[in-house]
Structures are given as C-alpha cells and as structure tokens.
Design a protein around this ligand. Structure first.
Ligand SMILES: C[S@@+](CC[C@H](N)C(=O)[O-])C[C@H]1O[C@@H](n2cnc3c(N)ncnc32)[C@H](O)[C@@H]1O
Length: 399
C-alpha cells in the first residue's frame, strides 16, 4: 500500500433514500456512482475513516475486494484465494489473528449453495491467514466478509464499519416504535430543513454541509431521535462522535493490519475542531407521554446535545408550531403505537394545526393513505421507503 493510494468502496442505501446518501457522499467530496443497492466510490483509507465517522444516513461501508464470474467452485477458488484477506484478519507471522464471519447471498447462480461456499471460503481464509472462522458464532467483533452472487457474478467485500452506523451509542432509552437514527437523519435531509448543497464539491468539504437556519419541532418526539439527530447536524457533530466528549465510537477498520492510527487521530481532531459550541437554531420535541420525554432527555444528554434541545410533555393540540420553521415527525402509525379510530382524529388535528400555521414547513412519515386523507390537506411525496415491514412515505407541505 502506498501513501495516498485509493481503494474501491461501496455504501449500501435504504431503497428510496438514495438521493440523500448521494448528497452526503457529495458533501464529503467523494464521487459516488449509483449502482444496484447503493453507491460505489473510490477513496483513500482516510476517506474511509471520514465517511464512517461522518455519514449520517448510511448503515455501513464495504471495501470491495473483487468482482468476478464463477460457474464452479474451482473458478471461485482461483479468484478468492488470490485476495488480500490478511489486510482484514491478520496474516501468518503477524500477531493479529481475528475471527471472521460471512454474509453470503447467491441468487440465480450455478453456485447457489451458500453454506457450501461459506465452508470453502472459511477454509481458504484460515489456511492463508491462520485467522479463526467460527460458523454461526455471535462474535460481535468478528470481521464480516460479504459475498453477493447474482447470475454467476460475484462481489466479495470486507465490512469496514462493525456495528451498524445507526448505533451512534446515545440512544440507550427508547419509547414506543423508535425510528432508526440513520432514517431520522435521512428525513431531516429530505424535509429541506438542511439547505441543499450543490453536487460535486471538492475534497476536504467537511464544513460544506450547510447549516440549518430555521427552528424545528417534532410534536411526536418519542425518544427524541429526530430532534437529537437535528442537534448533531446543527452543531456539525459527526454521528460517529455523538457524545459529550466527542470521542469516536469503535469501527471494524481499527483492527485491520492497514489501520493508520495517526491518520485516524488527525481526522478526529479536525472534525472536533469544526463542532459548534451551540446549535444556531432552536430545536424542540414534544410528546404526550411522560416516559418518552424522560427517554428523550436522557438520550440527548448522552449525545452531548442536552443544551441544544428542549423537550416538553405536550399533546399535539398543545404543541406550538415554529413560525417560521420546520415540523419533521413520525406520528403514531396504528400498527405499533396505538389503535384505529382515535388515530383518525389525531390526523385531523394535525391537518387543522398545519392550516393554522402557514409559516411552518411540514414533513411527516405516513404509513397509510387513510391518515393522509384524514388530515384534509394536500401533500407532496418527498420520499418512499420500506421501514420495519411498512411502506412509509415522507409527505411534505411546502409554503
Ligand atoms: C412513532 S412514535 C415516535 C417515535 C420517535 N420518532 C422515536 O424515534 O422515538 C409516536 C409518538 O407519538 C406520541 N403521541 C401519540 N399521540 C399523541 C398526541 N396526541 N400528542 C402528542 N404525542 C402523541 C406517542 O407517545 C409516541 O411517542
């Protein structure tokens, strides 16, 4: 590996939320190319560190090791045994020896037997590196290798992230039906609360994500995920450093042979230097449930944004919509939170409040057309994506 050498990476996207992941990759100065299921980009190890620390809407980042066609185990072996597995799990003669595991899917391919492929790959990697393969082991620290086969074309990748990126570490208390942190960040981008940036910015664009200028309210805040994510965005806190000390969380790449601790430390310090003391805009969360407010306060404290947000117990009828400002929320859906008939009334109240606050831009997650109809308002669709078994639509009312 030479200094400044670049490598191929892939960032999977939630289907339907691609535009905002692309937007984020662009703000990092990376050059994302759309592929089935996500974005391919090339970058240095430092770019990989920055992307893992900074991407708010992504779940993980993979290093693409090889793409090839294989119709038999012999062809697969010829390709797979030439790969630098030791980069990720240590090699013979090094002190580093790591456990590893696989995520394998083979569709419409001659080599369709995933367990048989795992068994052979496990043996080859162990022979090449001395690292330990523990089929079925729940070792959270094990290096994950991802193998995707489709129509006999295989892609082998190494996971660089470890624990999913939505696990920022701060959300230790949840209320009913919490939203993933990565989804909360995506809908904050999609709502327009974060001003859109031009595509194709240069490298080193850590500060180019434009700062929001208007206050925000989530009137169904639950455990406060949307508001906490908004505070992290407003203060430019990288999601991988979402705690009062701005300490980075752990990543899989830190255990690799190729890990450059000084580069990583420099990246962390430069990101810490960009963090604002306080949010430049007001951020409010309200919920009728006392327990939810308690959870939201605890989560905000752990995320290091307690001084930037304000959580209060209020029903939707009592909520004060910011004017001018934004309302971004996921109301109860009726599947996991509460039952049918009174929900229609709740959505009718939402519609009335929206009409009474013409200066508030609104974006809300809708699970069923009947709730949209119950508001008595017309909405435009900003995004549609699957989440927790539901097909969700982000509905938007612009001014
Ligand atoms: C889907 S959950 C929100 C989850 C939240 N986004 C999170 O990540 O934790 C909906 C929330 O709406 C609240 N809620 C239900 N009816 C309400 C009402 N009339 N006024 C205010 N909050 C209400 C519930 O207490 C619940 O916390």
């Amino acid at each position: 590996m030479r200094p400044g050498e670049t490598f191929p990476f892939f960032t999977p996207s939630v289907p339907g939320l691609e535009p905002w992941l692309k937007y984020e990759l662009n703000t990092l100065g990376l050059k994302p190319l759309a592929e089935e299921g996500g974005f391919f980009w090339r970058g240095t190890w430092r770019d990989l560190y920055r992307a893992n620390l900074m991407l708010r809407s992504a779940g993980r980042i993979l290093v693409r090791m090889k793409q090839f066609t294989a119709l038999s185990f012999a062809e697969f072996e010829a390709e797979a045994t030439s790969l630098p597995w030791h980069w990720f799990v240590g090699g013979k003669g090094t002190s580093l020896k790591r456990a590893f595991k696989f995520k394998i899917t083979c569709t419409k391919s001659k080599l369709y037997h995933e367990d048989a492929l795992a068994e052979r790959l496990g043996r080859w990697i162990t022979e090449a590196t001395g690292a330990g393969w523990f089929p079925g082991a729940a070792d959270v620290d094990a290096q994950i290798f991802v193998v995707r086969g489709f129509h006999d074309k295989f892609i082998i990748s190494a996971d660089s992230t470890g624990e999913h990126l939505h696990r920022r570490g701060y959300r230790q208390e949840t209320s009913k039906a919490p939203l993933r942190e990565t989804i909360a960040a995506s809908i904050l981008f999609a709502s327009g609360w974060v001003p859109a940036v031009e595509e194709g910015l240069g490298r080193g664009a850590a500060t180019r994500l434009k700062a929001p200028t208007l206050p925000l309210l989530d009137p169904f805040c639950g455990s406060g995920t949307i508001v906490a994510e908004a505070a992290l965005i407003a203060r430019k806190v990288p999601p991988g450093m979402a705690n009062p000390d701005l300490k980075p969380r752990a990543f899989a790449f830190q255990r690799w042979d190729s890990f450059e601790p000084e580069e990583f430390a420099k990246t962390v310090v430069s990101l810490q230097n960009h963090v604002l003391e306080r949010s430049p805009v007001e951020l409010h969360g309200t919920d009728r449930d006392e327990g939810a407010i308690k959870a939201a306060l605890g989560n905000a404290r752990r995320a290091g944004v307690a001084n930037d947000v304000d959580f209060e117990r209020r029903t939707l009828s009592e909520a004060v919509f910011p004017q001018p400002g934004y309302l971004v929320t996921n109301p109860p859906f009726g599947v996991r939170v509460s039952e049918g008939t009174d929900l229609r009334d709740l959505y009718a109240v939402l519609g009335r409040k929206v009409r009474e606050a013409p200066e508030t831009k609104v974006a809300w997650l809708c699970s069923e057309p009947q709730w949209k109809a119950a508001t008595g308002e017309s909405w435009s669709e900003a995004a549609r994506f699957p989440n927790g078994g539901l097909d969700l639509t982000l509905l938007q009312k612009l001014l």
